[in-house]
Design a protein around this ligand. Structure first.
Ligand code: ADP
Ligand code: MG
Length: 342
């Protein structure tokens, strides 16, 4: 791998130099009569023929190098630990009721460093659990484990008493709805984007879901309505509109468990009100885990889990935690208080 990209221009340079040399000297010989023009011309062709394979070789080398770089990235992706295999005897996850338990869960993205250091929690069907804590405390990690994007190092994550490692990932994940801050829409029509998790949904079902998500009116106001094509990452929709579409997507799946990462960035007030209203409706009757940034969410939660450095350090309702005058009360006064008065 000692040959660098500089090799290619230098070959071109040598080629030009040789051509110029042959032209100059050949021209001189032709003028003085020492060689015919035909000889000089064929010599020029020989020079070209001499350099062409080298040029091709160096081009090939550059291509090979970028192919190797690509290959390296492919292997990085393949090595991602999130590519878990189903157990050989994995069964289908039965229809989820909505109980989620963490039994002394320990987990690290790499073996040397535990990120979750013994987490115990139980969410009963229909309960709303708010996860609160500083950046890096482990909130997203807890959610990753519910979806089994990673396997626990110790302990167990169970849904309705079933260890998530014993069921197929597909049967687990299609029963869990996810609404993230950065919603992933793909290029396709609005209807296709809503029906992403429910490919057999009828147009009527799609529209009902959009209605529940407060986005039906907006969609019908588009020139092509539900058949409007979206670009990469949902262009040209605003962030708020993308959120509404992903809420409609979750409504259509009608999952018993819902995961919600509340947006931190503010969207315009009207859309924000639509999003809030749609989310409140979406949460109803489902077990939900919400990475909470809004005080209104936290006050409504059945359980607030305060995470610090991979451990649940306080738990209870908002009112209970405030009256404890502990870490949450401080956090609430500092962070949540500030966030809601922005
Ligand atoms: N994919 C990853 N690989 C390695 N470390 C990670 C990865 N994701 C998160 N971490 C680390 O795990 C810890 C918890 O992160 P995270 O669960 O994302 O926190 P939160 O969501 O509360 O901000 C942090 O120290 C973070 O750096
Ligand atoms: Mg996070």
């Amino acid at each position: 791998m000692a040959i660098t990209a500089a090799f290619l221009p230098s070959i071109d340079f040598l080629n030009t130099l040789a051509t110029a040399g042959v032209l100059a000297y050949g021209g001189y010989l032709a003028v003085t009569g020492a060689a015919t023009v035909g000889v000089v011309t064929s010599f020029l062709l020989y020079v070209q023929q001499f350099f062409r394979p080298i040029q091709i070789l160096s081009q090939f080398y550059t291509q090979a190098q970028s192919a190797f770089a690509g290959l390296e990235r492919i292997f990085l992706l393949l090595d991602e630990p999130s590519q878990l295999n189903d157990a050989p005897n994995a069964t289908q996850m039965p229809a989820i009721q909505g109980k989620v338990t963490f039994e002394n869960v320990k987990f690290g993205y790499n073996p040397e460093q535990l990120v979750l250091k013994g987490v115990n929690l139980q969410a009963n069907p229909g309960q709303m659990v708010a996860l609160v804590g500083a950046t890096g405390s482990g909130k997203t990690t807890i959610i990753n484990l519910i979806l089994r994007f990673y396997d626990v190092s110790d302990g167990a994550v169970k849904i309705d008493g079933v260890d998530v490692r014993s069921v197929t990932q597909a049967s687990l994940r299609r029963q869990i709805g996810i609404v993230l801050q950065d919603n992933i829409l793909f290029s396709g029509t609005v209807a296709e984007n809503i029906a992403f998790g429910a490919p057999y949904a009828t147009q009527a079902e799609i529209e009902a879901a959009a209605q529940m998500a407060n986005v039906h009116e907006f969609i019908t106001s588009l020139p092509q309505g539900y058949t409007t094509k979206l670009g990469e990452r949902g262009a040209p929709l605003s962030q708020g509109q993308r959120q509404l579409i992903s809420i409609a997507r979750a409504v259509l799946i009608n999952p018993r468990i819902l995961i919600l990462d509340e947006a931190t960035s503010s969207i315009d007030t009207r859309t924000e009100a639509l999003v809030q209203d749609a989310i409140a409706r979406l949460l109803q009757g489902r077990t939900s885990f919400v990475i909470a940034h809004r005080l209104s969410t936290v006050t409504q939660a059945n359980q607030v889990l305060v995470i610090q450095q991979g451990q649940i350090i306080e738990r209870g309702t908002h009112a209970e935690l405030v009256s404890q005058q502990g870490i949450y009360a401080n956090l609430y006064a500092l962070q949540l208080g500030a966030a809601t008065t922005q």
